[in-house]
Design a protein around this ligand. Structure first.
Ligand code: HEM
Length: 137
């Protein structure tokens, strides 16, 4: 028999499911980096990344899979993300956070996530992006 908590968890839709599952999250991340790679508004954060974005694409996809409540691909492969510590080599202030969010909101819209879900996802990711700030302003 399942406990009431287990029953509740079983019916609760994860963000992973709401967004459309693994394929959609993969599309989202591909679009996100295509935008970062081409939108002049993201030039500042693009310059922080290596010219080849393959590894960044794979890691953000794996991270977002688990972060949205789906398979914990990143943790299974690399362990605890320690995301803030991993971003310390890069100077991240409000401008960099906003560039990252600009790419993400555009990507969510362009892969066709409906508006309410887009806003909910973007708000949650804003919290993560804001937490990455490490520059005194
Ligand atoms: C706030 C602005 C942000 C900037 C400027 C930024 C920049 C970067 C850079 C330059 C890398 C290294 C890429 C590479 O070596 O290939 C990186 C890695 C990564 N970023 Fe961000 N990032 C930001 C926010 C975020 C957010 C909000 C998330 C998650 C929702 C995220 C998830 C990751 C992950 C999972 C990695 C790979 C970490 C690893 O090396 O294992 N980043 N980021």
């Amino acid at each position: 028999m399942k406990t009431p908590e287990e029953q509740a968890a079983a019916v609760k839709t994860t963000l992973h499911e709401a967004l459309g599952g693994t394929g959609k999250i993969r599309d989202l991340v591909e679009r996100f980096y295509d935008i970062m790679d081409s939108d002049p508004r993201a030039a500042g954060i693009r310059a922080m990344h290596p010219s080849d974005l393959t590894r960044a694409r794979e890691k953000l996809f794996m991270f977002l899979s688990g972060w949205t409540g789906g398979p914990q691909l990143y943790i299974e492969r690399y362990g605890h993300p320690r995301l803030r510590a991993r971003h310390l080599p890069f100077v991240i202030g409000e401008a960099e956070r906003d560039q990252w969010m600009h790419c993400m909101v555009r990507a969510l819209q362009e892969v066709g996530v409906e508006e309410k879900l887009m806003i909910k996802t973007a708000e949650a990711l804003w919290g993560v992006a804001d937490f990455m700030r490490n520059k005194a302003e």
